[in-house]
Design a protein around this ligand. Structure first.
Ligand SMILES: Cc1ncc(COP(=O)(O)O)c(C=O)c1O
Length: 465
């Protein structure tokens, strides 16, 4: 480790952390007798902890974020230069990087035209929810306010985003939630028996799964529903790609019932699956796209809500009406470091052809994981796209009974002991926290991919025999 703090300094850091930091998603009792993991440094695909232990990071900063890897000088320089020139001004005015990044982003999103800057994925999603509600009031006399969301999808940690949360364990104890959010069933082929659709497969299953959304629309009344919010590939809910036939039918249903389509690209956006956006694999034409994590690979906090000129026009069509615009602000949406970092991030993806690398390395990872499935009975399913892969662990391949969450976590811990950080669905869906998650940076090499899957091979043997 090329550390900047001496060993003594780091023990002081550990003590300060233990005394004063409340970590995310963590039960802290074990930290009364053990030290927290402090990540001190990162370079490329690797990070080092306070003990100098090196890890290959197979989850891009824990939560699918550092897409171009650690220690990128061009991003750091762009941020520094921009901060020296102008660190901030409220987004009611424009900024140089804000304008240039919007132009570049829109060039990757045919059919979309307007970028709204904000700080987090949750908040970007909330912007859409507010827009949908305002459209309902402007255009439909206050009807069409409901927002549909899907079982197993996640859209953020704020209360409105959790009201659109399809993960019951994540939501438990945080209600009551906001009214006007309605759940539709998941579309996971591996667990199609839960949907009563086990007699169907392939495209027939995909169409039938989408038709279950239509059933909810008809039950609620199409004139009450403003939008359908979906992840292109469900991330924290188990790395679930929709089956063939699903997306065209979803698009058709939205058109038929005049329902706006909101695609949450917070995880898949900006390269994770080998295209700029996940939805671009499926020929979908969304009305709203939200993104966050990979936009600037974590070098600055930035999220975007992107929409069409058609939606944008509705918010300026009557300048005499004092209420007829989007009366919303996000203070830190005016931070210029975000778009400056995002521009440099996109440049790296283009210059280094990382979309192509993502597709190639994703195929290798998928093939390696499929080979592990031959060897380990505990692997029930392997799925994903690009460098976004999931491995569902089951006690029995026939019944598909999930392994216990504690056992799935033992696999993560074993990989960690081997120096590879992987992820697992956690405390999200009751009894279904059994999917290992992989999302290495888009710069991963064949050796990196093999190191990750070899570690998983050893860990599965250690935990399950
Ligand atoms: C699909 C999806 N949407 C939204 C969010 C929320 O983003 P943030 O944590 O930046 O608010 C997440 C976070 O994991 C996510 O996975």
């Amino acid at each position: 480790m090329d550390g900047t703090l001496k060993e003594n300094d780091l023990s002081r850091v550990v003590a300060a952390d233990k005394a004063n930091v409340w970590h995310h998603l963590l039960q802290h009792k074990p930290l009364e007798s053990a030290d927290p993991r402090i990540i001190v440094e990162g370079k490329g695909m690797r990070v080092w902890d306070q003990n100098g232990k090196e890890f290959l990071d197979a989850v891009s900063g824990g939560v699918w974020t550092v897409n171009v890897g650690y220690g990128r000088e061009t991003i750091c320089d762009a941020v520094k230069d921009q901060l020296m020139q102008l660190c901030y001004f409220a987004q009611s005015a424009g900024s140089i990087p804000g304008a240039l990044y919007a132009e570049k982003l829109i060039s990757k999103m045919p059919g979309m035209s307007r970028v709204y800057y904000t700080n987090s994925g949750s908040e970007a999603n909330e912007k859409v929810f507010k827009l949908v509600r305002q459209i309902a009031h402007k255009k439909y006399g206050g009807t069409k306010t409901k927002i549909l969301y899907r079982e197993r999808d996640y859209h953020g940690s704020t209360l409105a985003a959790m009201s659109a949360g399809g993960q019951d364990e994540r939501n438990a104890q945080y209600g009551p939630f906001a009214p006007g959010f309605v759940r539709v069933p998941h579309c996971m082929e591996y667990r199609k028996h839960e949907l009563g659709l086990d007699h169907l497969s392939g495209e027939d299953f995909g169409i039938a799964a989408a038709n279950q959304i239509e059933e909810v629309i008809l039950r609620e009344g199409p004139d009450t529903i403003g939008a359908l919010c979906l992840e292109p590939i469900t991330a924290g809910g188990g790395v679930i790609e929709a089956p063939e036939g699903y997306w065209p039918r979803v698009q058709e249903i939205c058109k038929q019932y005049d329902i706006l389509l909101h695609i949450d690209e917070v995880v898949c956006g900006v390269g994770r699956t080998g295209t700029w956006f996940g939805y671009q694999h499926y020929g979908i034409k969304p009305d709203f796209v939200t993104m966050a994590k990979g936009v600037a690979s974590g070098y600055a906090a930035i999220a975007c809500m992107v929409t069409t000129e058609e939606v944008f026009d509705m918010f300026k069509d009557d300048a005499d009406d004092p209420m007829n615009y989007f009366r919303d602000i996000s203070t830190f949406g005016g931070c210029t470091a975000g778009p400056a970092a995002a521009l440099a991030n996109m440049q790296i993806i283009e210059d280094e052809e990382l979309l192509e690398n993502c597709t190639k390395m994703g195929a290798r990872m998928n093939a390696n994981l499929m080979a592990l499935m031959e060897k380990h009975q505990v692997i029930g399913d392997v799925r994903g796209k690009g460098l976004f892969q999931g491995v569902e662990l089951v006690k029995d391949r026939d019944t598909k009974e999930p392994v216990d969450e504690a056992d799935a976590q033992k696999v993560v811990a074993d990989c960690g002991a081997q120096g590879v950080i992987i992820g697992v669905t956690n405390r999200s869906i009751p009894g279904r926290n059994n999917t290992l998650c992989f999302s290495p940076a888009l710069i991963a090499t064949e050796q990196d991919i093999d190191q990750i899957t070899n570690a998983v091979d050893i860990a599965l043997t250690n935990v399950f025999g």
